[in-house]
Design a protein around this ligand. Structure first.
Ligand code: ADP
Ligand code: MG
Length: 619
């Protein structure tokens, strides 16, 4: 048989390598910024247009390159950063593979201008799809400017795969944050379509965080500091009360390189144990310095994963350092999440005597009459507290025992004033026989129906109910907004503000009323009636981060995304106790929904067990 194996031509090999190194414009941004840092720049400018699709340019004032180096830098495996295999274990630079420029030049139109310190004139080089188009002498400041145009011009499939400009810009901003946070001693500018997004002077770590995340960030930070033989840790954690439901501001840097480490993340989270709710995450900015020979960053081409020699020790040190900081700065839980304010004994009732509560029965009450019906959980507030006040105060007096789970005035957050469609309309054949429900493990509501029983996931059911309601409000643009007595002033980072501006119209349709105060802050004067006032900040943060992370990527409209996220934020959670009225109301509301089987996030809401199913189990 004839020989059939051939070496791939360079430009093909480069294009293949590019697939690994460059997934989207943000990957180019990362590589170029890191090269500028490796070149010991003190000021770096990032300029992008159209989410990086038409232009990404990085201008630095670093060491620049000689004419020969400028040409060589685009060859694959050409690097000035390591010479021998051993150097891999003593890395002090970001780059070391010598792949980035070659890969980028294979799939874009690249222009480089560079001059090193000692030279009078510099070099201008143009490369398109790995082909050198021109090389000439030029007058240029010391340092390097590299511009990348028309990314993926020769790989249409890749180009079409890119998301909208805003989404790509968001990815770029994330990369920019990571690099800028790791290097506060370097000045950064970031321009998008001609307007300045960030202007970050040389500063300390804390100042850099505040410059990026806004003045509101400062008050959240608790310093962390520790130095051992193994690792030097510095940075900040967020105070526990600022823990968020979504992952967001969580940054690990090892030797000034952003990394992802689920293992170390776990160490941080476990230090917060007992101080934050289980489904929330603390924010942190942690800078670890270790001996470069004790880590291996070579395991992933985009290099956000790192292998440590001694992970266990690092875990233990990190955890105890953070615990120490939390303790030292007197960070005790500001909120007791399990604590139910309804159970606080009013001071004046302390000395009163207990009275037997009066039970009154409406003898004429017929549960099967049509109106008025049971309360609806479709709206959330603290109505249950209002409803029960009066009776419960007298009930509580004199009771020493703390209230158990099955108290009637439990932590129910269901409001009760709307009447919904007929019970179990068509969806589940139940007739009018649902009179009782019960809650199983604070997670499911079980109801008996004509043909057997349904087991309903309370969280998903409420999400569905809220989602349909919110979506309807958003589309008919007639949402009910509650005016705040005292307007809230909330501040956001510039990029968060950009997102809020993007979704502003729909926020208004849903019931948020706000004015812009300045670059960072908003004055909120009205919020959707469903949202308790003290949760507004959290709900908006959640909205922004969901929107940013495109968790709900498949959604067709903003209104839809907003309704889903809000529904998720506001729905009763697994673990919450529902009293029997609320259970029944939730069940009714659920089956009055247009689609009662599937949650807004496409999960089944209930299962049915027919009598036959049950009988089979007894055979
Ligand atoms: P790596 O960074 O892994 O070495 P790159 O392909 O990113 O590989 O860059 C190749 C080489 O080009 C670098 O090793 C460096 O010598 C040179 N280089 C790239 N960007 C710059 C820059 N902004 N300033 C000075 N030299 C640079
Ligand atoms: Mg590089």
């Amino acid at each position: 048989m004839a020989d059939i194996i051939k070496l791939l031509p360079d430009h093909v090999a480069n294009q293949i390598a590019a697939g690994e190194v460059v997934q989207r414009p943000a990957s180019v941004v990362k590589e170029l910024l890191e090269n500028a840092i490796d070149a010991q720049s003190s000021s770096i400018k990032l300029i992008v247009k159209d989410g990086g699709k038409s232009l990404i340019q990085v201008v630095d004032d670093g060491m620049g390159m000689s004419t020969t180096d400028a040409r060589l830098s685009f060859e694959r495996h050409a690097t000035s950063k390591i010479k021998r295999a051993e150097d891999l274990f003593n890395l002090h630079t970001k780059g070391f593979r010598g792949e980035a420029l070659a890969s980028i030049a294979a799939i874009a139109h690249v222009e480089m201008q560079t001059r090193s310190e000692g030279e009078e004139v510099g070099t201008r080089l143009k490369i398109e799809g790995s082909e050198v188009v021109s090389q000439e002498v030029c007058v240029t400041p010391k340092g390097t400017s590299l511009s990348v145009k028309n990314l993926f011009f020769n790989i249409p499939a890749r180009r079409n795969f890119l998301k909208s400009n805003q989404v790509e810009l968001r990815h770029i901003t994330d990369e920019f944050h990571r690099v800028a946070l790791a290097h506060p001693n370097i000045m950064f500018h970031f321009y998008n379509n001609g307007s300045e997004l960030f202007n970050l002077p040389k500063s300390t770590y804390r100042q850099r965080i505040v410059h990026i995340f806004g003045t509101r960030a400062n008050a959240k930070l608790v310093p962390v500091e520790e130095e051992t033989n193994v690792v030097k840790i510095q940075g900040f954690i967020h105070k526990p009360e600022f823990a968020k439901k979504s992952r967001g501001e969580q940054f690990f840097f090892i030797n000034h390189r952003f990394i992802k480490s689920p293992y170390l993340h776990h160490a941080v989270v476990s230090a917060f144990e007992g101080l934050i709710k289980t489904d929330t995450y603390p924010g942190y900015f942690l800078y670890l310095e270790v001996d470069p020979s004790s880590i291996d960053i070579n395991i992933h081409p985009t290099k956000t994963e790192v292998k440590f020699d001694d992970e266990h020790t690092l875990y233990a040190i990190l955890k105890s350092t953070i615990k120490h900081s939390l303790g030292q700065f007197n960070i005790i839980p500001a909120l007791d999440f399990e604590h139910d304010q309804n159970l606080d004994t009013p001071y004046t009732y302390k000395n009163k005597e207990a009275k037997q509560p009066q039970v009154t029965v409406d003898a004429g009450f017929n549960p099967f009459l049509d109106a008025p019906r049971k309360p609806s959980p479709a709206t959330r507030g603290n109505i249950s507290a209002r409803k029960t006040q009066g009776e419960w105060e007298s009930m509580y007096v004199g009771l020493d025992q703390p209230m158990g789970d099955n108290t009637s005035f439990s932590s129910v957050h269901l409001e009760s004033d709307t009447i919904t469609g007929s019970v179990f309309e068509g969806k589940v054949e139940v007739g009018h026989s649902v009179a009782t429900t019960f809650q199983l493990r604070r997670k499911y509501i079980v109801a008996s129906i004509k043909s057997g029983m349904v087991v309903i996931d309370q969280n998903r059911a409420h999400q569905r109910v809220l989602y349909e309601k919110l979506l309807k409000n958003a589309t008919v643009k007639q949402s009910v907004s509650q005016q705040l007595l005292f307007p809230l002033t909330l501040s956001f980072t510039k990029s968060d503000r950009a997102i809020l501006d993007e979704i502003r119209t729909n926020l208004t349709h849903i019931g948020f009323i706000f004015e812009t105060l300045d670059d960072e802050s908003l004055k909120i004067t009205g919020v959707p009636i469903l949202i308790p006032e003290n949760e507004v900040g959290m709900v908006l943060d959640q909205l922004i981060s969901d929107y940013r992370q495109e968790i709900i990527g498949e959604s067709f409209s903003q209104a839809d995304i907003l309704s889903k996220t809000l529904a998720r934020s506001l729905a009763v959670k697994t673990g919450e106790i529902l009293d029997s009225d609320s259970q029944l109301a939730l069940v009714n509301d659920l089956f009055a929904c247009k689609e009662s089987r599937i949650s807004p996030f496409n999960r089944p809401i209930y299962i049915m067990l027919t009598e036959q199913d049950i009988e089979k189990k007894f055979i």
